[in-house]
Design a protein around this ligand. Structure first.
Ligand SMILES: [Zn+2]
Ligand SMILES: [Zn+2]
Ligand SMILES: [Zn+2]
Ligand SMILES: [Zn+2]
Length: 347
């Protein structure tokens, strides 16, 4: 944990409480106005870069909380072990006896803000954001296409139904028209016969009236001669009756209707209107990934061997873990020390 940045570190160590106005990252402490003056002219600290507390406060909490000294020995980091990918203080070095690639930490942190590794992180973050945006757009498009498709299918279902309705309406109308026509035709035939019978009945009535009148008022000769004519009329009438009974005009006419057997079957054989299918195809969306990012980060760390260090092996620790991951540079130029590695060192 970094020192309390709101108080002057120097005054604090002299049991005085004064608010800090600037922050010195190298001293890892805040400075009050007086101490800042001293800090800027003193031989050991005049080259230290400071930032105003107002500016320093703007840094993310994670950065403010990061320890800039070794957590185990409370000493400044001096080296960086490339093998274990971690910063080391002078005392840490003992646990890195076997490590050849120990580099002066100042070599690594120099120009870290303009390094490829930092640039890569920035680009990768941009890329992740871009991927999220693209995926977001892609999924939203899918939402819209589902809604559109739903509307389309609904319209198709209704249209199919309307077509069937119209078709059945038409068939029903045709059949009723046919029924009307057939009934009218048959009725007309019977009515025609009825008219003929009525006329014949009228003729016979006339003859009956004539016969009665002849009987009363005509002479014997007149009666005889008229009888011959009447006999002829009766013969015609009998012939007419004969022709009627032998023709089919007196047949009992019926009409009936056989409903198409497929129609009642519809309710039994058609049990569903259709089926809704869900299919899911892999879309052409691909996550864009920067190539060889890790490789570039590693290449960025300068290689320099430290010759004047004598390392003594203190303890060899077998973690029994096969998948020990390295760590990477995070924004702000700080190194992330993997928990596993910390655990190993403590052990
Ligand atoms: Zn002070
Ligand atoms: Zn300083
Ligand atoms: Zn240490
Ligand atoms: Zn090491």
């Amino acid at each position: 944990m970094a020192s309390n940045w709101s108080l002057c570190g120097i005054c604090n160590s002299r049991q005085m409480t004064k608010s800090s106005v600037v922050w010195c990252s190298e001293c890892d402490e805040g400075l009050c106005g007086d101490c800042k003056e001293h800090h800027s002219i003193s031989k050991g600290t005049k080259n230290h870069e400071t930032v105003s507390i107002a500016e320093y406060k703007k840094l993310p909490t994670e950065v403010l909380q990061i320890a800039q000294v070794c957590k185990l020995h409370n000493e400044k980091y001096e080296l960086f072990c490339r093998k274990h990918d971690c910063p080391c203080c002078k005392k840490c070095v003992k646990s890195h006896n076997d490590c050849k690639a120990l580099i002066d930490i100042n070599e690594i942190i120099k120009n870290v803000k303009t390094s490829n590794a930092y640039y890569e992180i920035e680009q990768t973050l941009l890329e992740v954001v871009e991927n999220i945006k693209r995926l977001n757009t892609n999924r939203k498009e899918n939402l819209k296409s589902l809604k559109d498709k739903k509307r389309e299918i609904e319209a198709e279902i209704k249209q199919t139904r309307t077509k069937i309705n119209h078709h059945l309406d038409k068939l029903q109308e045709d059949l009723i028209k046919e029924l009307m026509a057939v009934e009218q035709k048959e009725c007309r035939k019977i009515e025609k016969l009825l008219t003929a019978l009525k006329n014949k009945e009228k003729d016979i009535c006339e003859i009956q009236e004539n016969i009665a009148s002849i009987k009363q008022h005509a002479s014997e000769l007149q009666t005889f001669l008229t009888m011959k004519d009447i006999e002829k009329d009766i013969a015609v009438g009998e012939k007419f009756m004969q022709s009627i009974t032998t023709s089919d005009t007196t047949n009992q006419v019926n009409i009936s209707c056989q409903i198409n057997k497929f129609l009642p079957q519809i309710t039994a054989s058609v049990q569903i209107f259709g089926e809704i299918d869900v299919s899911s195809d892999p879309c052409d969306f691909t996550i864009q990934k920067r190539k060889d990012r890790q490789a570039q980060i590693m290449v960025d760390v300068p290689t320099r061997n430290i010759d004047n260090l004598t390392l003594t092996l203190q303890k060899r620790i077998n973690t029994r873990l096969s998948n020990v991951q390295g760590c990477s540079m995070l924004p702000g130029g700080r190194m992330c020390l993997p928990l596993l590695l910390i655990y190993v060192i403590i052990t």
